[in-house]
Design a binder for this molecule. Structure first.
Ligand code: FAI
Length: 517
């Protein structure tokens, strides 16, 4: 363990640096710093040597080159336990560093700033900082590297105790340093790949920031943690503000995401209830209380323990309705103070505010979806495809009435969010039966029809994919379904169309499939 005699400090985020440097200097450690950092330390009365005084070279090219010099890098990379390294340092008049403190140019913050110019983003790609971090981390047997003010305390306390930092801490900080530079470069690569329109590059180098450890994963015997996309803006589950209740669990996070994606389909006041990532009740209304009442009535059994997403700020009336039901989470763009007062009475209910003040909730989301595959990763665009009624094709003799069209387009938006094979029955702008995740399509239809009961008569039916045979139409006809919307495209479409015609059912082909696994 080497006694720390010399520290190199170069920080963009200057949090905590003055008190760190002050204590180091008080302990007789020489401090070498770059322009802005040196200025701040001097102004704060901390003795400091400018990096140019060490290199004998000015900081040039607007700061693009300041520490990229052998006098700095040899000082970071020398193995102080090797006689030959020590001899070479002496020969070239280079002194080694035992501590390096770096905070990189704020690339992510700059790139994420609305209206920022490309030139400004590029200038915020730090070159000298990562070079020093990597050099120090490689040489961690001799050098301690700090990239996060959170770690200043532990290093200071060890220096106080013994004048040096122990092997374990140096190794831990070196690993963190390489994670830091790897993530930093990944963000730059991600940003530039986006600019260059390279959606699926030969190396996928995305990076995520830890939000927190989770108590467990999908089941209590599975360990889990939650990570956030560093570029995620407001209106996302990962950036939502929890206003009340316990931390969200692994399953809560998934369900809340599914509910939010679904409710964002609708421009009119809407309520979506989700269980195990499938909608179990969806309702639209002229007001939020009406929408929620319909979503509740859609399936008053499954809502127990459900997740409710709403696309308008929650008011007192809706809050009173929600209060009467056992729910896990309510998420909405916002909550009025009165609604919060009502809902906060429920100790275990989590409340998520999806948009900050003045922000529009979730108008744009990340375009990519990642799924673990055995030994790999699948990446695809999020399914954001909408449906234009003009592009639909009426394939039956009878065309849907205007009222039926309204229901069909509603059911189509819902079925997109139900796991395949999926069938949705809808009536009066709410779901009345949902068949989710079945291994055959007619099975999904039978579940939806059974759940709808009497409400199936006169309802419409939406299917996420085509009918491979006419059996789903036969089941729909027996239940009294009035109209059907489905992609079409089966070699047996004609049989389904003939069956629909036989029963006076109107059927529409969308030409779009919405599988969801
Ligand atoms: N070019 C260099 O040689 C160089 N050396 C250090 N930096 C960065 O300059 C920043 C600190 O600058 P200042 O002390 O002037 O505020 C740090 O974020 C550090 O990572 C550099 N800047 C960018 O590459």
């Amino acid at each position: 363990m080497l006694t720390i005699r010399r520290a190199l400090i170069s920080v963009s985020d200057k949090t905590g640096v003055v008190s760190l440097a002050r204590e180091l200097a008080a302990r007789g450690i020489e401090i070498v710093s770059t322009g802005g950092t040196a200025r701040l330390l001097k102004e704060s009365g901390v003795p400091v040597t400018g990096v140019s005084d060490v290199t004998g070279f000015p900081e040039i090219l607007d700061g693009r080159v300041k520490t990229l010099h052998p006098k700095i890098h040899a000082g970071l990379l020398a193995r102080q336990d090797e006689e030959e390294h020590r001899r070479q340092l002496r020969e070239h008049g280079i002194q080694p560093f035992e501590l390096v403190v770096i905070s990189l140019y704020p690339f992510r913050e700059t790139a994420g700033r609305p209206g920022v110019s490309f030139e400004e983003v590029i200038e915020n790609i730090d070159i000298g900082g990562p070079a020093m971090i990597r050099a120090a981390a490689k040489n961690h047997r001799h050098v301690t590297v700090l990239v996060d003010p959170e770690d200043y305390g532990v290093v200071l306390s060890q220096i106080r105790e013994r004048g040096s930092v122990d092997d374990e801490t140096r190794l831990r900080l070196a690993a963190k340093a390489f994670r830091h530079t790897a993530a930093y470069d990944a963000l730059i690569a991600q940003y530039l790949s986006g600019r260059a329109k390279e959606a699926f590059p030969e190396k996928l180098t995305v990076t995520f920031d830890k939000v927190r450890d989770l108590r467990y994963g999908e089941n209590p015997h599975q360990k889990a943690a939650f990570y956030r996309d560093p570029f995620a803006g407001p209106g996302r589950i990962a950036t939502a503000e929890k206003l009340h209740g316990k931390e969200l669990s692994y399953n809560n996070i998934q369900d809340a995401g599914a509910a939010w994606e679904a409710v964002r389909e609708f421009a009119e006041p809407a309520a979506v209830v989700v269980k195990h990532t499938n909608p179990c009740g969806v309702g639209l209304g002229s007001s939020l209380p009406e929408a929620f009442r319909k979503a509740h009535e859609a399936d008053p059994v499954s809502i127990f323990g459900g997740i409710v997403a709403l696309n308008r700020p929650v008011d007192r009336e809706t809050a009173e309705q929600l209060k009467g039901i056992f729910l896990e989470i309510v998420l909405a763009p916002d909550f009025t103070p009165e609604a919060l007062e009502v809902l906060k009475q429920k100790k275990n209910l989590r409340l998520l505010r999806m948009a900050g003040e003045g922000e529009e909730a979730g108008t744009e989301g990340a375009p990519w979806r990642f799924t673990a595959a055995d030994g790999g990763l699948l990446m695809q665009e999020a399914d954001r495809k909408g449906l234009d009624r003009a592009e639909c094709r009426v394939v039956t003799r009878r065309a849907p009435s205007e009222g039926e069209w309204k229901e069909l387009l509603f059911a189509w938006k819902v079925v997109k969010h139900v796991k395949s094979n999926a069938i949705v029955l809808a009536k009066d702008q709410r779901t009345v039966g949902i068949g989710a995740g079945q291994m055959n399509r007619v099975g999904a239809a039978e579940i939806a029809i059974r759940q709808a009961g009497d409400r199936a008569r006169g309802a419409v039916l939406a299917s996420d994919a085509f009918f491979p045979m006419k059996d789903t139409v036969e089941a729909a006809a027996r239940a009294g379904i009035a109209a059907i919307i489905q992609p079409g495209g089966s070699i047996r479409d004609e049989e389904s169309i003939a069956e629909a015609d036989r029963h006076g059912i109107a059927m529409v082909f969308t030409g779009i499939r919405h599988f969801k696994h």
